[in-house]
Write a protein that binds this ligand. Structure first.
Ligand code: ADP
Ligand code: ZN
Ligand code: ZN
Length: 720
């Protein structure tokens, strides 16, 4: 037996690696070490020291160097990560790699985390007075005219300030200065409603102990105000708050709100940050300098030595699930962390996930409600528009177009929601029935008329639009169905005097383009917005009074068992965009299935009742959240390889008593030229599932058939 260090390395294998202790110094668990790996060196995290390795001393390599004086990951994070790697059947090394910003996974000294602030030097003041600089440099000098500014603020005002900053600093015109971290809070909180006060009080009672809460509040009911009030209390106790949001799109407005209100350092962590910035923000949280951390999925790994509360906004959002590598769910990980940290965790949503509602039923979460909207904001009225037997204009019914016209005439704004980009989802030959299909996915390609291209939304293959049908030569090619681009065209033709703005991934490729478009709408002039999911969330447009939802019927007939839940959430979230100010909102839902029970119930009784119904259904057919699922996926250029691997994997589970479905083709059996298959494993006991799957997972990699496929395991998959 040899006494060794057990180290996590960023490789997709379900193992840790043993090394002899370093020749010099020692490292505690959570510290980074440099170790020989393969032909080179790798940065690893010490998971355990003093382990008895079953590998002989002569075979073990030695830790080359200890990188940190103390642990970078504290005991809480280390324990959470070990648990998480087991739970999500991930490679431990990948779990640790997710927790650590990329810049900290390199063999470099830790970056300086001092608050970065810049001010003018006397020479800089003269340069400003003389206007001796131009362009970005001049703008930066002007920005600093009133006094020094922090890097965050500079970034907000002049996103491109870094280049100018370097030039001016080397010319001695600006310099790094100390900036007092605290600013006086500027924003005044509104007087909270009774429901808000109740929620804040209930949660406050749990400060200092683990307790999950579900804050179930309709859109615009003031959930964010509840978060702010709680964060204020946590800050007053000298503690930290972590607030997760599903997308960066929501971050800028929330950051502004937090900074205005709280007057403390708010760190923002998301995947669009430069790696250096991310590492510094992470370290500031670890040092306790960052008091409030706001971020997307991966921010759930931020160290919180003085944790006070963890909040997950829009907890139902599937963006919290990582879909590659280490497939964790940030909401579930947030709960795990809160438990170990001994702090309350607050999940907020207008449309809570069925998982969370089931947890409330089971007594694991406490639920709090915000039923009223503050002030005079009235909940929108939702109506179904029956499309059957209607004469449609590019998929839009007369009733819907009439409502758009009325709204515009009143000087108000309209949102037409369609969750599909492009001009039309299918290009069809009216002579022979041929349609444009992606050869690599065997799925229809979407017509993008403006770009004159057919694009596969599954593998991003681009192709020219054919002049004539490749099968029969006819020139009778017709787009079928509507995407946002086609709706934009149809509405522009109908309402030539009103701006029609399309908001989807295509029109908002640049980050500021989205903000710009929204800025225009804030001014309140009549306009028609056409958009996808991007518009469903959190954007307050006070003059938006009509929301028209088109093309939901696909969601009513999907094979995915989560489709109904998603559709209900989407409809309610989009509807919530209507009528946020004092003007009443109206929502039209256009469908061919006006009698569909889900739609009926959603409209008559709201999301809560519809969700209850869905839960009953899930229980009776033994689906999550009552049954637990793990999905083994595999793909390869050859179908036989996929089948062989999945069969071998299945055989290895035959004796376990778990329910096995498959091997079967994936819902998209071919994607980007690769054949895809899956094996679904189910059990009503999470413990039984994991007891069998942990050893099985370790054996998968060594199966001979595994070498010819790409495979992955997904615990609690959200996309089957
Ligand atoms: P949610 O997060 O539930 O969508 P917000 O907290 O963003 O709701 O609140 C919606 C709007 O109502 C915001 O403009 C907010 O400033 C305002 N608001 C929230 N609570 C109150 C209150 N108690 N009094 C007045 N206005 C409020
Ligand atoms: Zn044809
Ligand atoms: Zn494709």
């Amino acid at each position: 037996m040899t006494v060794a260090y057990r180290v996590a390395l960023p490789v997709p294998l379900p193992t840790l690696f043993d090394y002899l202790p370093p020749a010099e110094g020692s490292a505690a668990p959570g510290s980074r070490v440099l170790v020989p790996f393969g032909r080179g060196k790798a940065v690893g995290i010490v998971v355990e020291t003093g382990v008895e390795s079953s590998v002989g001393a002569n075979k073990l390599k030695r830790v080359a160097r200890v990188m940190d004086d103390g642990p970078l990951l504290d005991a809480e994070l280390m324990a959470t990560l070990a648990w998480a790697a087991d739970y999500w059947l991930g490679a431990p090394g990948e779990a640790y790699a997710n927790a650590l910003p990329l810049a900290l996974r390199e063999d470099k000294p830790l970056p300086d985390t001092r608050d970065e602030a810049w001010g003018l030097t006397p020479a800089g003041q003269s340069a400003l007075d003389a206007r001796s600089r131009k362009g970005g440099s001049l703008r930066l000098l002007e920005a600093l005219a009133a006094g020094p500014l922090g890097a965050n603020e500079l970034h907000d005002r002049l996103p491109e300030w870094r280049d100018a900053g370097r030039r001016l600093a080397s010319a001695g015109l600006i310099e790094r200065v100390a900036l007092e971290a605290m600013r006086a809070p500027a924003g005044q909180p509104p007087a909270l409603s009774e429901e808000q006060v109740h929620a804040v009080e209930e949660i406050s009672k749990s400060l200092g102990a683990y307790q999950p809460f579900l804050l179930d509040g309709v859109t615009g009911s003031g959930k964010t105000e509840v978060y702010l009030a709680l964060i204020e209390r946590v800050l007053a106790q000298g503690k930290q708050a972590l607030l997760l949001v599903p997308e960066i799109g929501l971050a800028p407005q929330t950051v502004r709100r937090l900074r205005d209100r709280l007057g403390v350092a708010v760190e923002v962590l998301h995947s669009n940050l430069a790696e250096g910035e991310r590492a510094r923000a992470w370290l500031r949280a670890r040092n306790g300098e960052a008091r409030v951390v706001l971020g997307t999925r991966s921010a759930v790994f931020t160290p919180l030595p003085h944790a006070g509360i963890v909040i997950v906004d829009e907890e139902h959002d599937s963006a919290y699930k990582q879909q590659e590598g280490f497939r964790y769910h940030a909401r579930d990980l947030a709960l795990l962390r809160a438990r170990r940290l001994g702090v309350p965790v607050l999940l907020g949503s207008a449309t809570p996930s069925l998982e969370s509602l089931a947890n409330v039923d089971a007594g694991r979460y406490r639920s709090l409600h915000l039923r009223a909207r503050p002030g005079s904001i009235r909940a929108p009225m939702v109506q179904i528009v029956d499309m059957r037997m209607q004469r449609l204009d590019h998929g839009l019914s007369p009733a819907l177009l009439g409502a758009v016209a009325d709204t515009i005439a009143r000087g108000e704004q309209v949102l037409v929601f369609r969750n599909r980009r492009g001009y039309a989802p299918v290009l069809l030959c009216h002579q022979c029935g041929w349609h444009a299909e992606c050869p690599r996915c065997e799925h229809p390609m979407t017509l993008h008329a403006g770009r004159r291209q057919l694009i596969c939304h599954h593998c991003d293959l681009h192709a020219r639009v054919p002049e004539a049908c490749p099968a029969c030569g006819a020139t009778d090619l017709k787009p079928q169905g509507q995407g946002t681009e086609r709706l934009e065209e149809a509405l522009t033709a109908r309402f030539p005097d009103v701006p029609v703005l399309r908001i989807d991934r295509e029109t908002t490729r640049r980050r500021d383009a989205f903000e710009e478009l929204l800025g225009q709408l804030h001014e309140g002039a009549p306009a028609i917005l056409v958009g996808t999911q991007m518009l469903a969330k959190g954007h307050d447009l006070p003059n938006l009074t009509l929301v028209a939802i088109v093309g939901v019927d696909e969601g009513l007939h999907s094979v995915d068992f989560r489709a109904s839940e998603r559709l209900a959430q989407l409809v309610v979230q989009v509807a919530g965009r209507a009528g946020r100010a004092s003007k009443p909102g109206r929502v039209l839902l256009q469908t061919h299935h006006p009698e569909h029970p889900l739609l009926r119930q959603l409209l008559a009784q709201g999301y809560g009742a519809a969700a209850r119904e869905l839960l009953i259904e899930r229980r009776s057919v033994q689906l999550p959240p009552y049954h637990h699922q793990v999905l083994l996926r595999a793909d390869s250029h050859q179908r036989e390889f996929v089948d062989a691997f999945l069969q071998e994997a299945q055989a290895a589970l035959a004796h376990t008593g778990l329910t096995l479905l498959g091997p079967m083709p994936a819902p998209m059996p071919l994607r980007a030229g690769r054949h895809r298959g899956q094996l679904l494993i189910e059990s009503d006991s999470r413990a039984a599932l994991h007891a069998s799957l942990l050893p099985w997972q370790r054996s998968l990699a060594s199966m001979p058939s595994a070498r010819r496929v790409r495979w992955s395991l997904d615990v609690d998959p959200v996309d089957l």
